[in-house]
Design a protein around this ligand. Structure first.
Ligand code: PEP
Length: 251
């Protein structure tokens, strides 16, 4: 199973900046990318085409959309569809990111609908899950993971090709805070995630990638990527410059 090294650029970067970061990343990484690693970048919508063009022809590089809605077209002001993302060059979609859940108010049910819809429209999907600090303190990590996966995967066909789905475990308290989860916390949560995926998908759950996200940096990635059940990382802040993200991808 290839490790998936993913970047979430959130609401940062002009088209020009995105293109130059993507070109910089390609030139730093392409020749040295181990055959068991893949690079995935989620730019803002406006820059997807530029990033996809910068990665064109590079083995193991992909582009994704940070969000999408539940229809291909229609009177949904402000929304974007999977086919529009694909038209711009994206092959992946992101669902359930903590900022969409906790800043923009997306509920587990909507996250599940988007996950199933994106897959049905031919996108690969990275579904994000993770507990808030008060949920961790209340001993509810497993309950949160179970519920978010249960509802997040509710309508996903059980025969889905496992490489088309990834789950990013991102404890909310570790996102953008500099407070990375400890190795025991990561292994415990990823083991819970794998167990739940096995309940849902059976044997093939072993081939669904589980990424860790939350304050991953060049100097801590090597201690994270080798942990049990860690099949990649999802990186926000430290993915914004090509130097930093290249170190993470190769780290
Ligand atoms: C994220 O946005 O998914 C994320 C993990 O951010 P950061 O790496 O900045 O914590």
């Amino acid at each position: 199973m290839k490790k998936l090294m993913a970047a979430n650029w959130k609401m940062y970067k002009t088209r020009e900046d995105a293109e130059s970061t993507a070109n910089g990343l390609r030139s730093l990484v392409e020749k040295n990318l181990p055959s068991d690693r893949e690079v995935l970048v989620f730019p803002p919508f406006t820059a997807i085409d530029r990033v996809a063009a910068a990665f064109d022809g590079a083995n193991g590089f992909a582009t994704g959309g940070q969000d999408f809605y539940l229809h291909e077209e229609g009177a949904y002001t402000g929304e974007i569809s999977p086919s529009m993302l694909k038209d711009a060059g994206a092959t992946w979609g992101l669902t359930g990111h903590s900022e969409r859940r906790h800043v923009l108010g997306e509920k587990d049910e909507l996250v599940g609908e988007k996950t199933a819809y994106g897959l049905s429209q031919g996108m690969n999907i990275c579904l994000c899950i993770g507990e808030k600090i008060e949920e961790r303190k209340a001993g509810r990590v497993e309950a949160v993971i179970d519920t978010q996966l249960e509802l997040g995967l509710k309508d996903v066909p059980r025969d889905i090709a496992p490489e088309r789905l990834a789950v990013a475990y991102e404890p909310v308290w570790a996102i953008g805070t500099g407070e990375v989860a400890g190795p025991e916390e990561i292994v415990e949560a990823h083991t819970m995630t794998r167990k739940k995926l096995e309940d849902v998908f059976g044997e093939k759950a072993k081939e669904i990638r589980i990424l860790y996200g939350g304050s991953v940096k060049p100097d801590n990635v090597s201690g994270i990527i080798g942990l049990d059940n860690v099949d990649g990382v999802l990186v926000g802040g430290a993915s914004l410059t090509s130097d930093s993200f290249a170190k993470i991808v190769l780290g």
